[in-house]
Design a protein around this ligand. Sequence first.
Ligand code: URP
Ligand code: ZN
Ligand code: ZN
Length: 461
Amino acid sequence: MSLLIKNGTIVTASDIYNGDIYIEKGKISEIGLEISKEADEIVDVKGKYVIPGGVDVHTHFNLDVGIAIANDDFYTGTLAAACGGTTTIVDHMGFGPKGCNLKHQVDIYHKYAEDNAVIDYSFHGVIQHINQDILEEMKSIVEDEGISSFKAYLTYDYKIDDEDMVKIFKRLRELGGITTVHCENHGSIKYLKDKYVKEGLKSSIYHYLSRPEESEGEAVNRMINIAKISGNSPLYIVHLSTKLGLDYIKMARERGQKIYAETCPQYLILDKEKYELDNNEGLKYIMSPPLRERHNCNELWKGINEGYIQTVATDHCPFSFSKDKQLGKDDFTKCPNGAPGVEERIPLIFSEGVMKGNISINKFVEVCSTNPAKIFGLYPKKGTIQVGSDGDLVVIDPNKEVILTKDKLHSNVDYTAYEGIKVKGYPIITISNGEIIYNEGKFKGKKGRGRFIKRNRANLI
Ligand code: URP
Ligand code: ZN
Ligand code: ZN
């Protein structure tokens, strides 16, 4: 099977030029001006951008949080991703039964994804507890399973304490892996939640008020210092939402620490006003960390531009508004946390970022595709356009305007957090391993065509 993409404006993290791309047996085999070879399929994309397929390193498909299950599985979730210009996802595995080993969840997630995913995928390991067995087992998860990153949570049911964080940082550094951390200070959040509930203050805005900016700032700063104490280990901070956290990251990177930060479209584009919407609509935005005051959005864009934030992922975690989110209608603490966004990421960051002049088109590719691939050991197979890389490409029409509404999107959930937002520039073709799987508004791929990718060690930038 061969595919020739003609006359595109090819964009990578470092370059922009006009050219043709030839894909053979799923891989890019030639890039040049006016390639005239025969091909099974030829697509002319004059006037359009051709970017490396999006790499979203933070999704939660099939996530079971006890009170609800995320509405997307690996079929509907990856299909939505593909329709929005993402060709690889790295999913955060959910917690397993108390005391289970690391492989337990790996096996479960392979079953979830096999025969379902429509694009290539990997998983982040999840750490529920630490003991000698778990530390030993990390080696086989990194080296045999090809899962070179793990997430630790500082809040929720399986929060990890500082002593265990030292052990995790040290061990993963030794193995060439990377520790990703959900940074929120548990104790102060618990105190505020309990206080508000006792006072009968239980609407969505109290979710926001119980997780102040300092609860993220404290945890970010603590993890930075613990990573340093743990032999100057690399740390990847997921879903950064505040300027305060960003300030600590800047300080640490300027001191030469290997600190990486991810933010998400919701923290760049939306703000805490959403919690005060009528008809309990604030429930749609109950996520942790919460949306913030508007000035944080501007600071996060700046942080991307200045290179302190390396990736934009989604934290796609879809719970239905009509059913799941209603669990929190009388008490925000009962609402499942999370919001969808896997399909909206590329259009939103292109439109709000590139078209509105917040970031360059190269920076857009860097944070949505290249850096996530590098940090999580997928590069240069994924995340760039070069000979030998997988034939994962997305064509963006810079003139296509779309008003985002639920009915145009493909996630199995019943709302979009971005309803009514007008975007300029939209992915019109998605190519995965040399196969056009999305075109003319339609998904054309086969269920289960996606492959598990064994990841290499982190390529720390
Ligand atoms: O509210 C969120 N973000 N839910 C998903 C789990 C997580 O913390 O990433
Ligand atoms: Zn998290
Ligand atoms: Zn998450």
